[in-house]
Design a protein. Structure first.
Length: 247
């Protein structure tokens, strides 16, 4: 019994340590700088994206946040929401390829936003909201490389990009996914329409198959009734014939 209890205690200890390790890993993974929501439709207009910056240090505070916006696929009409205790500096850059819009040709776009003056303490996070006029239509995602500076001078560079099918890097850059936008009539993209058509075709085939099965079942039922009636008639005839000589 003593050996058995010792084994159970060791197993319980190992399980507890494993669980703690998993929870710790989950905590580290969730402490990355992220962008919310995680996705927008391509070409979306008049929206807001939020950069969530958690503090990962126990003995230092985050005192500076720098977010770099892509200029090869620029975000147009960027506006910064006032943040209590923080001062935002917005930097614009000349675009290599101007963007044509309904309001004219855009030659400059915001390339960097730097927040300073505030403080994010241990176990805390801060949300930095950025409004936009229009997102690009010619890419599937936007990568916002970010630098996080601590009060002790350490700088965490959230600039690593995740490759397709690869593992998440140690310091991944925040990524906003851009999804296919719906068509003007609201019926969805051609791919969605094709998928709907395929589903409808399968449904029609299933209905036809079901109808055919019902017809077959009905036919078999009628045939069974006929056979039953003939059987009863034959039985009655046999009974009558067997009684006739006795009469």
């Amino acid at each position: 019994m003593s050996a058995h209890r010792t084994t159970l205690r060791r197993a319980g200890t190992v399980a507890a340590l494993a669980t703690a390790g998993v929870l710790a890993a989950a905590g580290v993974a969730s402490a990355h700088v992220t962008v919310h929501p995680e996705s927008y439709a391509k070409g979306a207009t008049d929206g807001v994206i939020t950069f969530r910056v958690p503090n990962e240090e126990d003995k230092a505070s985050t005192t500076k946040v720098q977010v770099y916006l892509p200029t090869d696929h620029p975000v147009l009409g960027v506006l910064v929401t006032p943040q209590n205790g923080w001062t935002a500096k917005v930097t614009t850059s000349k675009l290599k390829t101007p963007v044509k819009t309904d309001d004219g040709t855009i030659t400059d776009a915001v390339s960097e936003i730097t927040w300073t003056g505030g403080k994010i303490g241990a176990g805390q996070f801060e949300d930095f909201n950025v409004a936009f006029g229009q997102l690009p239509e010619d890419t599937d995602q936007l990568t916002f490389k970010t630098l996080q500076t601590y009060s002790d001078g350490d700088v965490v560079r959230w600039i690593e990009e995740t490759t397709a099918g690869g593992d998440e890097p140690e310091n991944p850059a925040p990524v906003l996914k851009l999804t296919a936008k719906e068509s003007e009539d609201g019926d969805g993209t051609p791919a969605a329409s094709a998928s709907t058509a395929a589903t409808a075709a399968k449904s029609t085939a299933a209905s036809a198959s079901s109808s055919s099965s019902d017809s077959t079942a009905r036919g078999l039922g009628v045939a069974g009734l006929i056979v039953g009636v003939l059987g009863l008639a034959a039985g009655a005839f046999a009974v009558v014939r067997s009684r006739s000589p006795r009469s």
